[in-house]
Design a binder for this molecule. Sequence first.
Ligand code: TXA
Ligand code: MG
Length: 313
Amino acid sequence: MSVEIINIQSIALAAKLLESGQLVAFPTETVYGLGADAQNDLAVASIFEAKGRPQFNPLIAHIADISWVERFAVMTPSALLLAEKFWPGPLTMVMKRTKDCPISHLVSAGLDTVGVRFPVHPAAREMIAAFGRPVAAPSANISGTVSPTTAEHVNQGLGKKIPLILDGGACDVGVESTILDVSCDDPALLRAGGIAVEEIEDVLKKKLRRPEINPDAPRSPGQLLSHYAPRLPVRLNADHAEEGEAFLAFGKAEKATLNLSPSGDLKEAAAHLFAYMRLLDDPKYKGIAVMPIPINGLGLAINDRLKRAAYPH
Ligand code: TXA
Ligand code: MG
């Protein structure tokens, strides 16, 4: 791992690493992000592996120009209005994915939306522009620890796990971006952050909806995801498919409809999970039978997601 000051060489190195599917920590105006190519399933899976997250929550796709959005998401009139006023800056907007959205389904954690942010920090903008495509990035900390606002914080937590940390000094804002759901034209506040709610309401000329927040887990992404599940019933720990079922395998298997990872690699399985569940959630089957997945490493997050998918609804 190296910590590099920001210059033409280190930005070019960051873009090259992203291109080859590796992770790069970079400064933004809010907190440091742990970036990966948002269109590369395996690279995005590495983010969850490095952070040691027991769950898959959706990640923010960072862009370097507003014109990029139309390649992958739909901007409602509210989104356009807010983008004009607050982008670039600490505002994340959750939008509907386009039909052939190239962003990894793992970035969206299987939802049909994607969180989009256009950071104002020059190093972030330069790195994303040099890379040329959206960069998926959560805060660059180990899961359950405080978000990092200096390169040293990132180094303490993730230094041994990533090849490059771009050092842009301390972050100005120091709290994460404000997150709004603008996927329909009645915007909702999902997370308070770097831009004040009042400022946003002034621009919209109306109050933001505030979906109920669980006081025990105010930031729990799980509750945001509770309405996502395949339509078909999901049967876990299956060793074969019953008549009419699709068979989602892991490791060595006969008669798999799809195999999350024929070699039994959990990172590969995580990378495929949401895309494969979507493919199999097809009325031509009567259910989805899933082979057991070990619970070590990324297996914990995979099993968490599968359990929710199998929960009767
Ligand atoms: O300031 C920030 O937003 C920083 C910097 C690095 O940009 N990023 C950040 O990412 O805080 P993260 O992953 O720590 O938090 C992102 C939050 C998550 O709680 C996630 O649930 C929510 O954004 N989110 C992302 N996409 C979403 C979506 N499609 N629907 C609902 N929530 C979404
Ligand atoms: Mg975070």
